[in-house]
Design a protein around this ligand. Structure first.
Ligand SMILES: [Zn+2]
Length: 138
């Protein structure tokens, strides 16, 4: 039997992260439209958006994820983290007026319990491995 595939962006099993994709999309569009001209999103903002979506797709917590700002895992690289922070700081307070449903959902998301960092289980038989250098995120 062939494997069945479901789409991250449309399947209701991913409803939380799908909503978050919509939220960041709305925020980047508002920010870019205001700062970079009417052709939002511009190339740079589209890149930021693609990056944010990829991070959401690969979130280790899946749909149990906390609001990104409260997360203990820092999955953004430093440059992207700074860029998304600037967008959110500007667009955040404007969301309630422009996208009230998304804004309220996000406020509720911020009250979700915050999962701890996932811990890798060690097997007693395994010899200790030398620490790996941290991998840069794409
Ligand atoms: Zn832009």
């Amino acid at each position: 039997m062939p494997d069945r595939h479901i789409e991250f962006t449309t399947d209701k099993r991913f409803v939380r992260r799908r909503t978050e994709v919509k939220t960041i999309e709305a925020m980047v569009h508002m920010y870019c439209g205001h700062h970079h001209g009417p052709q939002a999103p511009c190339t740079e903002c589209a890149e930021l958006l693609a990056y944010a979506q990829r991070r959401l797709e690969r979130c280790v917590f899946g749909d149990a994820k906390p609001a990104c700002a409260k997360c203990v895992v820092h999955c953004y690289n430093a440059a992207m983290r700074e860029r998304v922070r600037v967008v959110m700081r500007w667009a955040g307070p404007r969301m309630l007026a422009r996208h009230p449903v998304l804004a309220v959902r996000h406020l509720l998301a911020e009250r979700r319990p915050i999962p701890r960092m996932p811990v890798k289980r060690k097997r007693a038989s395994e010899p200790p491995k030398p620490p790996k250098p941290p991998k840069p995120l794409d």
